[in-house]
Each structure stands twice: as structure tokens, then as C-alpha cells.
Design a protein around this ligand. Sequence first.
Ligand code: NOJ
Ligand code: CA
Length: 678
Amino acid sequence: MRLFLAAASSLALAAPLAAAEISSPDGRITVEMDVDGDGVPFYRVERDGKEIIAESDLGFLFTDAEPMRRNFVVVGESVTGTDNTWEQPWGERQFVRDYHNELFVTFQETRESSTRVLSVRMRVFDNGIGFRYEFAAPTDGSATRIAEELTEFVIAPEGTAWWIPAGEFNRYEYPYNETPIEGVSVAHTPMTVRLEDGTHLSFHEAALVDYAGMWLKRKDGRAFRATLSPSSRGAKVVREGAFNTPWRTIRIADDASGLVENDLELNLNEPNKLGDVSWFEPAKYIGIWWGMISNRWTWAQGPRHGATTERAKEYIDFAAANGFRGILIEGWNVGWDGNWFGNGRDYSFTKSYPDFDLQEVAAYARKKGVHIVGHHETGGNIDVYEKQLADAMKLYGELGIDVVKTGYVADAGGIIACNADVNDPCEGEIFEWHDGQRMVQHHLKVVQEAAKNQVAVNPHEPVKDTGLRRTYPNWVAREGARGQEYNAWGAFNNGPEHDPTLVYTRMLSGPMDYTPGVLGLIGDNGVPIASTKAKQLGLYLAIYSPIQMAADFIESLAAHPRELEFIREVPADWAESKLIAGEVGDYAIFARKDRNSQDWYVGGVNDATERTLTLEFDFIDDRQSYSVRVWKDGPEATYLTDKRHDIAYETLTVTKGDSYTVRLAPGGGLAMQFKPVS
Ligand code: NOJ
Ligand code: CA
């Protein structure tokens, strides 16, 4: 009966159209959008005629309106396409091709009482799809209050998933699980899947702006539904006027390299809104940091205070002598004494501790041609931070501090914000999630305020990356996974498989401030790191960031001159990047071409399994031979024993088409530098 009524009233509104379909430019991926027998809007994805995503619902729940879930018909379909290539100011590659077909479908409700419209824009690329909902402004001027998004992702074939839990206290900082798809509970994105036929998928989102982050909740079997990060307001998203949701994205590739060499989310973001950002220089930095992380120094005042004027000058001297552009200084500002963790009420972002003279240190750095990397730890208290934000960024801008690392150390759900209903002075603190709508708004506010002062931003405990670096290219890196710091806190805390898993999961979202380069291979109290020495170098190729740290103490960096030489020379900005060998969770070897020379670099990371690889050098220029320097695992190297320090060096001459056989140790890695022979 309901079906009959729906059909009858729809005729009165607009003539329902047949299913809409669109294919990728190469014709391999096809997406269908339609409504089922109950008028539930859905999409479906096939590749090479094989179903990848089975009928998956589209829709919404609201806190103050009827759900948009059933009784829809298709009333509008339009098709367009794009093929254009754009340039990144910095990144894994200079040029990005945006080549896709687009289908815009309008669904309309057919109930007597309600004829609302649900519009979906679907873009289909050769290597994935992205779709978003577009909301028109409510005619009565009311706000849209979303209780939940009903978007589903029903994975048709069986497969394996690599994922971290969402909605747990430690934000994104979990080791990855590798389970059958049916073993996932609630996952953060990107979530990686390898189907039984070898097809690789990554589920994520693009352009997360003024909306809540999306988690993936497994409903049943291999069916997932979007779950939006919660909000203290009840409605998970509140928007005024017309708006678009973020894009829901699925990378689809034949193999691991197709998953990695994939710019789907960047292509779905808006072009650069900041104009010329050449003031940001991709570069490497050292820092007064590992000392605190490994518990030798403190952020707080006292006899072990890390950030003293004297030590800062010593680090600046080392940076100047070794070509590091940046030096991170943490614990320079008031507020670290006592219990900063998870409340951040005492932070000043402009006042230094008495044993640290910011003006003097900044002047010294300028004289030496070194740039301080600023630090704003908030303890998750964005109320305290937002009140000082303009002054804090202005101060850094004036001092030539052009990158700031921010931090939000608080349990997930423990971000402290001012109750906007009460306003200033903040009379009621409210608590938010790290990826709820309030925090999504906050991060963009910080990035925009920073940009005004020509400062780039690198948040830790951040919201995940959804490609917004295209629109705001001063949002240069972030944490958003278990970083190297975990290696300081317990033996083998990040297992050897962690880094080759990050490459195919977290790294699909964008640059990570992983902080490689702990050449001493020890953390707090001498705890060993599950890495060989060569792997610490391989990380510079495996884990991309335009700001790469050499995280170790300067004494330890100096004690390894041949490794330091590699770190000094490896670029942080690339013209091209290719994954030349690798499998999800096992190993990853990249070839990357320097953006500022003809040099190539090759290297990467291995898991716990010893393996021998033959690398084909078919990426280099065929008019040239190259002199190649190699840093590789020594014959006895293994992360399991003191032999993790065993490293071997080699020099070769190669031309295009040559290959090279190399052993990767358990927990090992590789680094190679190719210089054209003139
Ligand atoms: C956690 C960050 O990941 C780390 O890098 C930083 O040093 C501390 N928070 C303090 O801000
Ligand atoms: Ca962290």
C-alpha cells in the first residue's frame, strides 16, 4: 500500500526517472544510483563487471525533522566530466591529474506531507569514486540538524581489512588490526581492504569542512554504515543555509601501488585559497623533543627543563652546521608545570619560562639562518587556545617562526571548548571529540589565522587529513596515528609491521609528522626500537611529510655521520613518487624524484619477515647513468637484537633497466641516493 501511495504522489510532483549510471573515463568502474522498492536511495559500484559495493543506502536522520530514508524517487540526473592537471606547491608529486566523470542525481520525497530533495554528486575516476550530498538552504531559514548520516558501504566480495578502532580513548593512536572484513567493529578512516581477487580499496572522506568526521560502523556481514563523530549539542552536525557534506571516497586499485599512487581525495578538494605560499619551505628539522619524550628532560620547569636558552642555541648551532632549516622547541612557554595533560587551563602561548628568552633565541636563530618550529600544546583546551590564537600567531609571524606544531593531548571526547550558548567569559566548559564538528571548525580556524601570519601548521592529536592541504597549503603535516614517540615508551611498542602498515592506511590521507631519524635506536631508559638503523633512513622515503624531523638527540645524530649525511641530503619535497615494491602491512619501497634536482631516492621499510627484493630501475632517465649510494641492512641486521645497528654501505653505477637485489632484515629498511653522472 505504501508503495502505491508513494508512486501516486510522486507522479503529482515530478516524473520519476530510471536508474542513473556513470562510468570512469577508462570504463572499468561503473556506479549506479537509484531507489529500491521502498524508495530508499542507494548507490552500487562495479569494476570490470564485478560488483564491489552492493546496494548501499543513502540518507539522513535529523534531531528535529523526519528522517530522509525512504519514499524517494529519482527526479533529476545530469552528467558532466573533467580532465585537468593542476600543480601542487609542494607534495609527493608536482602535477596531479583530475580526470573524472560526474553524475548529479536529485532524489525527491513522494509523501503527501513532504517533498524534500536529497541531491548527490558522484564523481568516478579510474582509481576510485567520491560522492557527497548537497543541501539547499531550508526555505524557512531554519538550521539543518543532522543526528546521523545513513550512508552505507556494503562490500560485496570477501577480503581482509586493515583498520584502527574509532570512538576509543586514544584517538588515532592504535596499532593497526588486520582481520577479515567481518572482524571490523567501528573503524576510523582511511580503512584499507584487499579483496579476495587482489583488488585494493580504501574508504575515506575528502574535504571535511564544518561537519563531523565519519567513522565506519560494521552493521552486519560486510556492510558498513557511516557514524558521525558525536557533538555536545546533540545534533552531530548543525549547519545554516545551503551546504555540502564532505565527499565519501573509495579508492579502487588493482594493487598496492595503485592504492598509494592515488590522488582521489586531493582531487575532490577545492583549489588553493591562499594564493602564493612560497614562503613555506619544505624542509627538515631537529628539536628539543626526544629528550622529553624519552624522559631525560622535562617540558615543565625544574632542573631537567629541556627548553633553556642555552640548549636552544646549542641546537641552533647544530642545525646551522648540518643544514637543518628548523629546530622545534617544546616546553618554552608557561603552562607545563603540574597537570597539563588533558586540561590545558594554564597555558600561555606568548609568555616564556624565565630560563628561556624567546626574543633572544629567535634573533640567534635568524642570525644563523635557522628557523624555530614553534609549539602550541593545548592539552585539548581549545577555549584557552582560541582566546590567545590571534596574539600567538602574530608573535610567531613577527619572529620569523613560520611553522607551528600544535597539540591536543586529551582523551578522545575530552576536548574542552567554551559553551557557545553562554559565550565569553566561558561559564560552562563543554567536552567535544577530536573529530567532531566543533574541532573540525577549530582546526580550520587555526590554519587560517596561521596563514594570515605566514605560518604553517602541523597538528598532533589532530583531526584526520582529508586532503585540505590542497585548499590550505599551509596545513603541511599532522600526526594522527601512532608516531615514533611510542617507541620511546616501551620495547618494540610500535611493532616492525607498524611502518609498512602506515604506508597503506594512515598515509593514504596525507603527510604525517612521524618523526624518523632516531639513529641511536633507543628510547626511555634504553628501551630498544623495533627497527634497524637502515629502517630509520628508509622512513624518510616511506612516510612522506614536507617537514621531516631528525628526531634524535644531536649527540646521537653526530655519532652516526654516514647516516646523518643521508638525512641531510634527502629532500622533503618531490616531483614524483612511485611505490616500486610493496604489499599492505609487509613492506614498502618507494622511488621519489627530488623536486629541485634530477636526483632520485629509493628506499623504505620492512616488517618482521626477512626478505630479498629485486628492484627494477625503470623509472630513471634513460639518457643518463647515475652514481648510487646505498645504506642497507648489514648481513646480520635484525630488529630483535643489538644487531639492529648493523648497517652496510655500497656505491654503484646504474642505468635505466638495471636491477638490484637487496636483503631487507627483519624490521629492516633501505635508503638509496641516485645522482646523475655528468
Ligand atoms: C604529544 C605529541 O605527539 C608530542 O610530539 C608532543 O611532544 C607532546 N604531545 C607534548 O606536546
Ligand atoms: Ca601524539
